[in-house]
Design a protein. Sequence first.
Length: 230
Amino acid sequence: MELLAFGETGWGDELLIATLMTIAVSITAMFIGFIFAIIFTPLKLSKNKFFKLIGNSYTTVIRGVPELLVIYLFFFGGSGAVMYVASIFGYNEYIEINAFITGSFAIGIISGAYSTEVFRGAIQSIDKGQFEASQVLGLKRFHYFFRVILPQMLRLAIPNLSNVWQITLKDTSLISVTGLVEIMRQSYIAAGSTRDPLFFYSCAAVLYLLLTYFSMKLINTLEVKYSRGY
């Protein structure tokens, strides 16, 4: 257990910081994913064929492409795109995008595709009478969505969003290729330094399992809270 000690003699503090980085990337990615889901869910539910095509294209392409490829595209292509825009304004130096921003955004887009499908299914599961009653009462779209539809959508979506969270949490291991020091990257560094890969990769597995366990406890609490009365 000396390898997990804090300070210069062990890797405990480094693994703790890496765990916090994993949590930060996961939360940021989920937040970005929710933003994308809010944008693309209405497009998928739209009766307009063009808008529906945009929504379907987003979820189909992102879910059909390997997550690692999406990260590579944003990590390498993102810098190229920023440099191209900068060159238009006369700046021709190399620009490297922050690994945290790149990783969070890439995983957020992946998370958003799955969250979009979850929100779409949840909204379609709500009884049509709820929409009709809101219209009869004369509620504006903003009011009936946030006061009638959204609470019911969350109740139906939370169980499936727990799966999206687990996917997002595990996908953070892929951004180690960008150089961001999260659990997987730190385990790789520690394993290479001590030549004890089995120990540190086992520690990484335990850390991921602990994060999953405690996050699922929190999600189950939210599920119970939003299911009161049903």
